[in-house]
Unconditional design. Structure first.
Lengths: 747, 101
């Protein structure tokens, strides 16, 4: 008895929700605002919940099926020669995990959005997009081949574009359509990754003759065992080289979707979208699809590791993945120091945490990557939604302040003549008394993200760090150091944020008049907060090696390592016929007290330093500089913390974060590299193509041929006199000519 | 004096030339029409003459076809001329030149 046959419904429900909201939702909302919003929002939410129920049924079916993966084929999609792609669903522990996260967190965010989007003029359009996003995201995670994955991949990219630019008519102070620009930026940055994806798929098909996961992995293992070469007509390559290329291209695709160096630039800008979108797409689900891709392709990555094929020196492509992830984690963590927009801090934090996951996947800690993916989905969605609640509260406070007919319009409606920015943390402060629920859940999210025992983030982040520290190798050591530093940064910028938002005195009248959001918004927050607290139980490690050995001997692990044992049916050591077994790098199964101790200590120090040290005494106003930019060194000397370390570290951070944030990221990477070098050259080339190549070249050719035809026609139309006897003469002369010709020829 | 084939050829040539000149030079549509008939009949005459000369009936059969087609052509042509006359009160073909380029 199983419910695998119900799997197509997981796509049908969001599709119904999308069609309902796209076709009739608008009319509902326009006819009767309050009833229509209820229908529009709740239909969308119920469809998301129904998909969640289907995902749960898949979970139970898998358990009943002894965790054996099931492939449900719906129909033949493409069959051209030996290129055969079915439209089939891959139901295994990995995809079900993703399904549960996507639909579960997605449902909560849908419900939250009913409250958040209340009053927006395009209420039903928003929910149509959200449902469409769920639809494509579920295609991405349920597909049993790379092409279906790619369909979902592109679809979520489209939805991301639509939702970032949801308020596409908004302009900033300079009159630039910043939301539309941000949407376009995200789309273009993702295209770069998508190109890599397409190339990777072509290469995969060429090498393995299939795009379905199982056959690709099976034949990869088999070819590796036999040491087969891959023929490319003119030359041939070893399997290791081909897989290195494929995995490197996958990494580039993942870098686009999961916002890694060098393509991360779009994610901070994507915060222009409504906050539920930031939570759903740009924190919890879509941006994790790169990690899903790498974890799904774990066989290919491990084969590269086993084949000793190097890109440069002794750098294998999984190492490259780990380095990119760790570098992103550290860089984005440092950049987050310099942000003042409450959502931008969280955006860079997301980039940083995605770096953790990518690094974990690159180090072969696929379970840890998925673990962090799940817990991160909980607490980052929580943080984003809470920040939405804060913004909401600030706006209401602001509206209350100017209570003269600011009716209608969305919540994030800025007024052109109004310099108040409800997302600027410098205008907040003291909100803990105004918004107690939001404050409580925000604190939980912060502590979970910072990795404080015993919240979800502690366990998942520690598993990654423990994996990095217990495996030997240069890449593991380097990544370990970078990630530990990134963990420190995480705690610091989160401490800075809660200090600026919730503590101290209100620094703006809006903050003084803010009040708590409606229960419709706070209830999902509370559920997510509970998940953020308990998330660690998903993959609870043993407390000692002895306990693990005892449980392992008794084959009874209890609640410990649930996710690891759940995922080992999708991600596992696989056997080679000739060359023995390839083992995944081992993730420790019991708590590494030294690692946990160091990271917790660092997190606590960072939180304390941020809350009581750097941002301790004076409330920051919009006109004051950030202490990181202005605090003199002696100021730290009076602190009761280790003076030497603090006076050494903080100015260093001061410089480094400022340099990274404003010079490298802002001035160089965003402004110079992307705006000047790429965008301007691109625009210049486009202008040249349009004005010169097209106008003069293509148009010249087309118009020229038309002109020549016209001239010639003008010339020969003079013979058409309309005079019948003239025509008759022509015929006569023609006949005579022919007769003479034939006469001469016959003689 | 015996009427040899040369006589027929000469007569036919004269008739055909008259017809051709008529088509080229006259302006009255009916006259042009009759000139065309003249050319057709000069050809008929030659066909019959050669049929008799070579004792072969093929030429005479061909004449019947030509006459049939000519009759059909007359029916259509005259109808056209009547239609033109009705709309323009004239059958001078120099005035019928609306189709000039």
């Amino acid at each position: 008895m199983n419910a695998f046959g119900l799997i197509p419904l997981i796509l049908v429900f969001p599709a119904i929700g999308f069609l309902f909201n796209a076709l009739v939702g608008r009319r509902f909302v326009e006819t009767n605002r309050s009833v229509g919003e209820k229908w529009s929002g709740w239909v969308a939410s119920l469809m998301a919940l129904s998909a969640f129920v289907i995902a749960l049924l898949q979970l139970f079916s898998l358990v009943a099926n002894h965790y054996h993966a099931e492939v449900v084929t719906l129909f033949d999609w493409i069959r051209v020669g030996n290129f055969h792609v079915p439209w089939a669903f891959q139901i295994d522990t990995l995809s079900v995990t993703m399904m549960l996260v996507v639909t579960g967190v997605g449902s909560l965010i849908h419900i939250y959005a009913i409250g958040y989007m209340h009053g927006d003029k395009d209420f039903s359009r928003f929910f149509a997009y959200l449902n469409l996003f769920l639809f494509f995201m579920l295609i991405l995670v349920t597909g049993n081949n790379y092409l279906m994955l790619f369909v979902g991949w592109e679809g979520v990219g489209l939805c991301s574009f639509l939702l970032i630019g949801f308020w596409f008519d908004r302009t900033d102070a300079k009159g630039e359509a910043m939301n539309a620009n941000a949407a376009r930026k995200a789309f273009v940055a993702n295209r770069v990754g998508d190109l890599a994806m397409i190339l990777a798929m072509c290469l995969t098909f060429w090498t393995f003759g299939s795009l379905n996961f199982e056959p690709v992995f099976e034949s990869a293992v088999e070819m590796f065992a036999h040491g087969e070469m891959v023929e490319f007509g003119l030359f041939s390559a070893t399997l290791g080289q081909v897989l290195t290329a494929i995995t490197a291209l996958f990494l580039m695709g993942a870098a686009g979707k999961s916002a890694q160096i060098p393509l991360y630039i779009w994610l901070p800008d994507a915060m222009a979208g409504p906050t539920p979108v930031s939570a759903l797409i740009h924190a919890a689900t879509m941006v994790t699809s790169g990690i899903y891709l790498i974890v799904r392709s774990n066989v290919l990555f491990e084969l590269v590791r086993a084949s000793d094929t190097f890109i440069i020196g002794s750098l294998t492509s999984p190492d490259l993945v780990a380095y990119i992830g760790a570098a992103t984690a550290l860089l984005a963590g440092l950049i987050a120091f310099t942000q003042f927009d409450i959502k931008k801090v969280l955006a860079y934090s997301t980039v940083s945490q995605l770096g953790f996951m990518i690094a974990a996947a690159g180090m072969g800690a696929y379970v840890a990557a998925m673990f962090h993916l799940v817990t991160h989905a909980f607490f980052k969605a929580l943080l984003f939604l809470s920040s939405g609640s804060v913004i909401h509260g600030m706006e209401h406070g602001h509206h209350e302040l100017h209570a003269h007919g600011h009716g209608g319009g969305g919540h994030d409606d800025h007024h052109a003549d109004d310099h108040f920015d409800p997302q600027d943390m410098r205008t907040m402060g003291g909100l803990r008394h105004k918004m107690p629920i939001t404050f409580a859940v925000y604190m939980i999210g912060t502590l979970a993200l910072a990795g404080i025992f015993p919240l979800a983030g502690f366990w998942s982040k520690d598993e990654i760090l423990a994996h990095a520290s217990t495996n030997s190798g240069v890449s593991f050591t380097v990544v370990n150091i970078m990630l530990t530093l990134a963990a420190f940064c995480t705690a610091f910028y989160m401490g800075r944020q809660i200090k600026m938002v919730f503590f101290g005195e209100p620094r703006h009248d809006a903050a003084a008049h803010a009040h708590e959001s409606a229960p419709l918004m706070t209830t999902p927050l509370i559920i997510l907060a509970i998940l953020s607290v308990l998330g660690g139980l998903l993959n609870f490690p043993f407390f000692s090696e002895a306990a693990y050995k005892a449980a392992s001997a008794a084959h009874d692990y209890g609640i410990n390592l649930a996710l690891e044992h759940w995922l080992e049916h999708s991600i596992a050591a696989f056997e080679l016929t000739a060359a023995g077994v390839i083992k995944l790098p081992k993730t420790p199964t019991w708590v590494q007290y030294n690692v946990a101790g160091i990271s917790t200590a660092l997190a606590v120090i960072a939180l304390l330093a941020a809350v009581f040290g750097v941002y301790g005494s004076r409330p920051r106003t919009a006109h004051e500089r950030d202490p990181l930019q202005s605090t003199p060194i002696w100021w730290f000397a009076i602190l009761p913390i280790n003076t030497l370390v603090m006076s050494g570290i903080i100015p260093l951070f001061n410089r480094l974060a400022d340099w990274l944030g404003h010079k490298l990221d802002g001035a160089f990477w965003h402004d110079f590299f992307h705006e000047r070098l790429i965008r301007d050259n691109f625009v210049g080339f486009a202008k040249f193509s349009a004005d010169v190549l097209d106008q003069l070249g293509v148009d010249g050719l087309v118009n020229g041929s038309a002109r020549v035809t016209r001239r010639f026609a003008d010339l020969i139309r003079t013979t058409q006199t309309g005079n019948v006897s003239g025509y008759a003469l022509g015929v006569f002369i023609g006949v005579i000519t022919l007769v003479v010709y034939f006469f001469l020829q016959t003689n | 004096m015996e009427v040899t084939i040369e006589w027929y050829i000469a007569l036919s040539t004269i008739l055909f030339t008259l017809g051709a000149l008529g088509v080229l030079l006259r302006r009255n549509a009916i006259v042009i029409f009759m000139s065309i008939e003249l050319m057709l009949n000069s050809a008929n005459l030659l066909l019959v003459a050669f049929a008799r000369q070579f004792g072969d009936l093929d030429g005479q059969v061909m004449v019947f076809f030509v006459m049939t087609v000519a009759a059909a052509e007359v029916a259509v042509g005259l109808a056209l001329i009547v239609a033109i006359f009705r709309s323009r009160r004239s059958i001078n073909i120099d005035e019928v030149n609306t189709l000039k380029g």
